[in-house]
Design a protein around this ligand. Structure first.
Ligand SMILES: [Zn+2]
Length: 463
């Protein structure tokens, strides 16, 4: 909802809002759960019985189709294949992908329509602008089939893993929904979408003075699962623990769109008495991965091919962390081949003890711009380590001002002491080496315009 409609919605009485939310769900339902949604769901269920060799064979066939389609129908790739002198027919499997150049985000941003299948009218496609940290959004195009397929993967391999079904099990969603005006200073900060049994809660009103109201609403709503941004869900969980309130019980928690920290997962387990299933994906529809019951991240290989490369774009072995390069196999509307997604991660080796045949994504360390960089070029990601043996911190953000100058912004809990701050400094120092590290105690940490929490602010000049 944008512009005037958004403003009317914010001003509307609550019962009108719920009607508008259900009406909006009907529109979204047409865009997200088209006629092919159920078919893709049942295909995924069949694939879950496949062997790794069958997935590899499937990827080879689908990659061939994607490459031929892109070379024939997508202006950017028509030109690219001619320029680099590669015969599209000669790309016969994932191992041949390395013969094609890596696609940078800036190239898409400069001309997103050149990536759209020329037989489609961009004006009639579903468009999405991702919230870029650079201030320039990326314009993405989809059709109903692509949306339906992507949602089917999320429902089957993320919510489904925990036995939850969107629309069937009542749920709470906190993350990026503009459900209440940012100026609003009294509840409700949420809206009920009856059609999908969902309670959308605002992630923009999670200030201490409103958190009692959030918890009361969660108790009254009795959702079966909660999903959204880790930082938003954690804000409520933390409040329950800090005030020693009765837990609000859910059957599962699903997190996405930000790095999930161990301390957030632990707070959810205690406050909501359930386990957390993290998901990794992107608006470009280039990768889809989700945690199983063992806490392992599994990639959906039918969705896309994931490569990991070093700083010189050379392939890395499983277990070695590097940049993720993703090729979407399902996105024929606006294909992205060997796309540098901007995240650091590693492929996993072997099989998971859960028995799933799906390949493993060992760990996603977060955005390339969410890691610290040392003077000798090391990247320090997975910042969980700074919280080990530290109490009394609600959340923290690391600001890197130079290779050896850091400020740790800390929102203190009531049991925070300077000694805890010293532990943060020591823990960070162990990873980054000798450096000027200071702690700054703050009331709150700013969110991005999309309501997301950033674990790192890097003020180093970009090279
Ligand atoms: Zn598993």
């Amino acid at each position: 909802m944008a512009g005037l409609r958004q403003k009317l919605y914010w001003k509307a009485p609550y019962f009108v809002k719920t009607c508008m939310a259900s009406w909006n769900a009907r529109r979204l339902g047409r865009e997200r759960f088209g006629a092919d949604y159920a078919r893709v769901l049942s295909e995924i269920a069949d694939h879950d019985k496949w062997s790794p060799a069958q997935f590899a064979e499937y990827q080879q066939v689908e990659l061939g189709k994607l490459i031929r389609h892109a070379a024939r129908n997508v202006p950017y790739y028509q030109k690219l294949f001619a320029e680099i002198g590669v015969d599209p027919e000669s790309i016969d499997g994932a191992e041949d992908l390395a013969r094609l150049p890596i696609l940078e985000k800036a190239v898409i941003r400069a001309d997103p329509v050149s990536f759209v299948d020329r037989r489609l009218d961009p004006g009639k496609l579903i468009t999405l602008s991702t919230s870029g940290t650079t201030g320039t959004p990326l314009v993405l195009y989809r059709d109903v089939w692509l949306n339906s397929a992507a949602f089917a993967y999320l429902d089957a391999r993320w919510r489904g893993t925990a036995g939850m079904c969107r629309g069937h099990n009542a749920s709470v969603s906190i993350g990026g929904h503009l459900v209440a005006s940012p100026d609003r200073s009294r509840p409700p900060f949420w809206v009920h979408n009856r059609k999908w049994k969902q309670l959308y809660m605002s992630s923009y009103h999670l200030s201490p003075q409103y958190l009692d109201a959030y918890v009361d609403k969660l108790r009254q709503f009795r959702g079966e699962y909660i999903e959204g941004y880790p930082s938003s869900i954690y804000a409520v969980a933390r409040h329950i623990l800090e005030r020693d309130l009765e837990p609000v019980t859910f059957k599962a928690c699903f997190t996405t769109a930000e790095t999930l920290f161990d301390y957030q997962r632990e707070a959810v387990t205690k406050a909501f008495r359930c386990r957390t299933y993290d998901q990794y994906g992107c608006g470009e529809m280039a990768v889809s991965a989700a945690e199983c019951k063992e806490g392992t991240m599994h990639i959906s290989p039918e969705f896309g091919i994931v490569e990991v490369v070093d700083d010189n774009d050379k392939p890395l072995e499983p277990g070695q962390a590097g940049q993720l390069i993703c090729t979407s196999l399902i996105n024929h509307v606006q294909p992205f081949i060997r796309y540098r997604i901007g995240d650091i991660g590693a492929l996993g080796a072997g099989r998971c003890s859960c028995g799933s045949p799906l390949p493993l994504l060992d760990h996603v360390e977060g955005r390339v711009d969410a890691v610290l960089i040392t003077r000798d070029g090391r990247r320090v990601g997975r910042l969980n380590f700074i919280f080990s043996d530290v109490d009394g911190v609600v959340e923290a953000q690391i600001v890197q001002n130079d290779y050896d100058r850091f400020v740790i912004r800390v929102v203190p809990a009531k049991d925070y002491t300077d000694a805890e701050g010293q532990k943060l400094i020591r823990n960070l120092g162990h990873r980054v080496g000798e450096a000027d590290i200071r702690v700054e105690v703050v009331d709150r940490i700013e969110r991005t315009s999309a309501g997301k929490f950033k674990a790192v602010i890097c003020n180093l000049p970009r090279t």
